[in-house]
Design a protein around this ligand. Structure first.
Ligand code: GAL
Length: 433
């Protein structure tokens, strides 16, 4: 019975993807039209507002070019990846598409689906305005293959200020997991959901685990992204999973039905106190007209003070696109000071450029800019495509989703380390964090 349901569900998904794929191809603009077609997954309130602001900058510069946005809903691109890959492989790539820096672009580079854009980097003077850490993450071989539009921070706890104040919790004291879990106990005893989670797309749970791994120390995180954590009894891996299991004891019961932004909404409304999420969550507080420091606040995930978890969105120039000139002009706007200072203040991220106009940014981001400059360590996200090879990260969400259900530390440690070993040949980047 279960097998039959599974087979029917699989058939439905495959049919939907096929029909969807055909529709995407049929609905696409004629190559001769003066358009630029871009794909992304920015569909939450804050995300959509941000990409629209970037599109507006493009439209003002290139009024004759129509911008066609093809958004594919699903945080962190978990649906998007299944849509874009077949298009690119079929030679039907749009003029540019959202892609994380680092490993996420590697399969496209390896397959010869991207054009190098080193000359654009040179003519736009980007080498002198993007930090070295960012430059390195968009290079394959000696060439640049993408342009970063932002730098998001991953290791952030968002909190509802009124809820913490009402229960006598001082967020500045929550620098260790013990202190954080003690605060969660206080809230739970008072009938408040301590932590919101929205893992209908699975990745939001992985995102939390990743921050806990960072809290085990930068050396351990470095081993993790370099494919060196290969023992299922590794003390730090076991400790991280044990902490995550405890964390899951404080989350909302409907977490598996919610998206990431619905989980953020619970903190905005005061239905829950805390949420661990990248700072795209700030875009949701922003569109809800909440004021940083008054209505809500943040602190680094316990144990990650001084560390900056990197999530970097980029666009690229796929080979053989229908509108090559418009594609390059889109990239110019993406990498420009003006484009980044229109997009990022709304998105919640900081500009990837060092010369951004900080007066355009809100108080959360002003603090993030200072934290980025002062960071002792930066660490690339695996959940968000950068840190580890796709052959590993593709398995990660399913492993963590099983863990969220069964909280079996040994099973998860075994599956994670096995996935690392299976992907060993693909760990081509040596991170030095
Ligand atoms: C990340 C992406 C962010 C944000 C988030 C939620 O992977 O880098 O820009 O969109 O997903 O969708």
């Amino acid at each position: 019975m279960v097998k039959a349901v599974y087979l029917i569900a699989t058939a439905v998904i495959i049919t939907a993807l096929l029909v969807g794929g055909i529709a995407f191809v049929l609905l696409r603009p004629a190559p001769s039209a003066n358009v630029v077609e871009i794909y992304h997954w920015w569909t939450s309130g804050g995300e959509a507002a941000a990409i629209n602001a970037l599109v507006d900058v493009f439209k003002a510069k290139y009024p004759d070019v129509a911008v066609i946005q093809s958004p594919v809903a699903g945080g962190a691109g978990y649906v998007f990846q299944a849509v874009i890959k077949p298009l690119v492989l079929a030679g039907e790539a749009p003029d540019a598409f959202q892609m994380h820096a680092g490993y996420e672009g590697k399969p496209y580079y390896d397959g010869g689906y991207l054009d190098p854009i080193t000359s654009l980097w040179q003519s736009e003077g980007w080498e002198s305005v993007f930090p070295k850490v960012v430059q390195d993450m968009v290079k394959f071989g000696n060439d640049y293959y993408a342009v970063p539009v932002n730098i998001h921070r991953a290791n952030v706890v968002w909190y509802n200020k009124a809820v913490l104040t009402a229960h006598g919790i001082d967020p500045t004291t929550l620098t260790t997991w013990d202190a954080f879990f003690a605060a969660c106990d206080t809230l739970k005893a008072a009938g408040i959901t301590p932590i919101s989670l929205g893992d209908s797309g699975k990745w939001a749970a992985t995102h939390v685990l990743e921050q806990i791994i960072a809290s085990e120390g930068i050396d351990f995180y470095q081993d993790w992204v370099n494919g060196k954590v290969t023992s299922a009894t590794d003390a730090k891996l076991v400790d991280a999973l044990t902490k995550f299991s405890k964390y899951l004891g404080y989350v909302n019961t409907d977490h598996a039905a919610l998206t990431w932004d619905q989980a953020t909404a619970k903190v905005i409304s005061g239905e829950a106190a805390f949420n661990i999420m990248g700072d795209w969550a700030n875009g949701e507080f922003y569109v809800a007209n909440k004021v940083y420091g008054t209505d809500y606040g943040t602190f680094p995930v316990p144990g990650t003070e001084g560390m900056y978890g990197l999530v970097i969105d980029c666009f690229q120039h796929p080979k053989g696109v229908k509108h090559p000139e418009n594609s390059l002009n889109w990239l110019k706007v993406v990498g420009s000071k003006e484009g980044q200072d229109a997009f990022n203040p709304i998105k919640g991220s900081i500009s990837a450029r060092t010369d951004s106009d900080t007066t355009k940014y809100g108080d959360y981001q002003k603090a993030a800019i200072a934290d980025f400059k002062a960071a002792t360590h930066m660490f690339p996200s695996v959940t968000h495509g950068s840190g580890a090879p796709q052959t590993f990260s593709a398995k990660l969400n399913d492993i963590m989703s099983n863990f969220v259900t069964n909280k079996d530390v040994n099973a998860a440690a075994t599956a994670l380390t096995q996935a690392t070993k299976d992907a060993s040949a693909d760990y081509t980047t040596v991170w030095s964090l």
